[in-house]
Each structure stands twice: as C-alpha cells, then as structure tokens.
Design a protein around this ligand. Sequence first.
Ligand SMILES: CC(C)(COP(=O)(O)OP(=O)(O)OC[C@H]1O[C@@H](n2cnc3c(N)ncnc32)[C@H](O)[C@@H]1OP(=O)(O)O)[C@@H](O)C(=O)NCCC(=O)NCCS
Length: 454
Amino acid sequence: MDSKYSEITPRILELTELCLENSSIDLELYKKYKVNRGLRDLNGNGVLTGLTEISEIQAFDDADGEKIPCEGKLFYRGFDIEALVDGFVTEKRFGFEETTYLLIFGKLPTKQQLGDFASLLAQYRTLPTSFVRDIIMKAPTPDMMNTLARSVLTLHAYDTKANDVTIPNVLRQSLLLTAVFPLFAVYGYQTYRHYFEGDSLVIHTPKPELSTAENILYMLRPDSKYTELEARILDVALVLHAEHGGGNNSTFTTHVVSSSGTDTYSTVAASLGSLKGPKHGGANIKVVQMFEDLKRNVADWTDEDQISGYLRDLLHKNAFDKAGLIYGMGHAVYSLSDPRANIFKKFVKSLSEEKGRTEEFRLYSLVERLAAQIIAEERKIYKGVSANIDFYSGFVYSMLDLPLELYTPIFAIARISGWSAHRIEELINAGKIIRPSYKSVALKKPYVKLQNRS
Ligand SMILES: CC(C)(COP(=O)(O)OP(=O)(O)OC[C@H]1O[C@@H](n2cnc3c(N)ncnc32)[C@H](O)[C@@H]1OP(=O)(O)O)[C@@H](O)C(=O)NCCC(=O)NCCS
C-alpha cells in the first residue's frame, strides 16, 4: 500500500512540533475564564444542555441541597432498568425489541404491539440487492466500526428520501438502521475473516422469526448454532447498552448533528465515530486486552499484592497501553456503582460456571475491588469510582465466543435505538442549532507579508 497511508515521515514530525508549539493552551486559563472543560463542572458533573424524557441516570441523592453519591440507577422512559430486565428474563422473552419500542415510542408495548413491531423490524432486516458484494466486501477492514459507518453512509445513496427530516421519514430510517446494523457488522466481520484470515466466506441470511440477539449468533457462526443461554445473555447485553441519557458522547453527538438539520445517515455515522473511541464504546476491547496483559504479567491471579502492583503500573503509565487508565473502571456520571455492571455481573457468574471459567471470574471480581481503591488513592476522585458496564461486557463476549472485532459494533447495534429516540426527540422539540461558544485566548498580531516572514 502507498506509504502515505501509514508512514509518519520526518517532515510530518517536524510539522507536529509546530502544532504542539502553537496549539497548547495553558490549563490555568480554563480556570481563569471558568470554562467547563469537557462540558463538566469542577465536580465532574455534566453541564445541563438539554431536557429529555428518554432515560434518566441517578448517581446522587439530594440531601438538604447537598449531593451525596449513591448506588447508581438507570431508568428507561421512567422504568427502572433492573425491573425491565427482570421482567423479560423471568418471562423468558427476548428484551431488546421491547426496549427499542419503549425508548422510541415512550411506552411498554402490549403483546400485540410487540409482535407487530418485531415483524416490522424483520421486514426491514434486508439489504439492497448486491449491497454485501458491492459495498461491504469492497475495501475490507479489520475495523468493523469503519464498516458500519461507511455502510450507513452508503445506504444514503439507496434511499430516495434520504435527506427528508420529517418525523415519519426519520422514524422509517431509524427502524431500517436498527434492523440492518447486525447485518452490516456481522457481514463486515465475515468479509474480514475471509480476506485477512483466509477463512471460508460465510454469509447467512437472517431469519424473520429470530430476535436481534439470536440473529447475530445465527449469522455469525458458520453452523448457525447457539444455546438459549447464549442468546439470552447477548439479548440482556443489548438491552443494557441501548440507552444512557442525552449527555453520553455519542448520543450528544446525535443531538448536535441532528440539530443542524442534516440527514439520518450522516447523523448516525457521526455517532458511530464517537462510540468507537476507547473512552466510550471502545473501552470493552481495551478491558479484555488489559486482562490478557495482566494474565501475562501477574504470576499468581489470587495474589492481591501482585495484582495491585500491576494496577498501579497501569495508572503510572508503565503497563499495557501506557495510557494511565484502568479500563472498565470509572464513569462520567456514576459514582458508587453502575447498575448495568451489577445486572451483568449476576449473569457473568452463572455463565462463567457453565463455561468453566470461574477462576477468571474471581480474577475480574478481585480487580474490580482493588482497582476502585487504587484509583481513589492515585487520582482526584470527587464522587467515587466503580466498575462500569464495559468491565464485564468484554468477558461475557469472550465467553460467548464473540470476536474482539465485534465488541464495539455490538454496542452500536444496541445503541442505535437510543440514538434514534434522541434524534426524534431533538427534531420534535429543539428547533435550535446547538452552538456553544469558545473564548479565543490568542494574541492579536499584525499581518506580515510573505517576504518579511522568518
Ligand atoms: C469513563 C471516564 C472517561 C470518566 O472519567 P471522568 O469523567 O474524568 O471521571 P471522574 O471525574 O470520576 O475522574 C476523576 C479522575 O480520575 C481519573 N480516572 C477515572 N477513572 C479512571 C480509570 N479507570 N483509570 C485511571 N484514571 C481514572 C480521571 O481521569 C480523572 O482524572 P483527571 O482529573 O486527572 O483527569 C474514566 O473513568 C475512564 O477513562 N475510564 C476508563 C475507560 C472506560 O472504562 N470507559 C468506559 C466508560 S463506560
């Protein structure tokens, strides 16, 4: 391949120096001008930028006007996520389609409405003729988030009402994307396996009677076989990843981009770009890779001192990717606990027993406890730190034999329902382009003619 697509030349390094020299802002200026870096206040709380009815995150109790960190709670359209999951798991139903209905339409479906909605999604779950061959299989990449984003952008060309932002059209596009996301991701992965790994090319057509979770496993596995437990746990993972307020990075992106009046495909592609980041949806891959590194570097998985030493090395940028982060820990909003991680943990335990991986489960539990203590000691934590959903999701996916390349796309397959609900809410209510301000701290300078510059 042409070296300009990968090589960092000395010239580029030289120009990078210029960027660093002239684009580094003194951190004190943020304090001076009271800028909410990362749109957060000094306590790390998000700046209020909108109203939503779609979901609510609770991480603090209000006691006489004082905010006290509490166990985390998450509500979808007013319903506690724990009760929702408990409801469909107890009734042995799949929950993702019901959750999508709830998020987009604001109410729990009746049995009839749920059946009709699942049929509607099944009808939309097909791609235009030759789309797999002409789009997904062209320029294959090991990065399925890239495959997803360009498939979404290319679908624009097949939609005769692509730029129509009226609500019925946006709803149609949203349901279409919700239905075809698993196809984009899985077919992109099969293409990668074929072209990069030399495996046989497997393209299974989804089945209309299967749930989203079942179809993912059905299309992914060469023999299309999966156990009920596997499909149900993947379904729970989709429900837990479906929505998380308006302020998370990718959903806020949905609001920002939607507010400009642009089309659904451009909006969703932008949100995918955000979700891919390792501080957002990309964290689950990092968690698994971090644990692989830990297992290589820590001789005794039960020795707390050895594990603590490794975790401190992570924070001191001496281990793994040297980013100074313990992946899967901490959250921008939650403090004492992330309810999604707690729900997940219950399933992880039973799955690890079934898969004979209890030793690893014990290791995860130990890291969860020690990491919280060590981050609190080493960083300025105002609100407490605990395991987030990504801490266990990577472990679950590895027990489900899902490939690493699909971890973040599975998050996207789930989160498209939250993005859709927020895009529709933005279009119905806001009407103003989102446009915050930046204060310039550059000095004013007189223009210098080209021949006079040094
Ligand atoms: C999610 C995350 C970005 C939230 O960061 P935040 O909003 O700054 O959270 P807090 O305000 O509680 O953090 C306070 C400090 O602790 C640090 N911190 C929080 N979690 C940390 C972690 N897992 N590892 C190392 N440091 C961490 C933050 O970087 C911050 O330090 P700073 O003030 O020097 O920037 C952060 O916890 C993180 O990077 N976690 C690891 C990646 C991850 O798991 N992401 C998935 C999120 S669902």
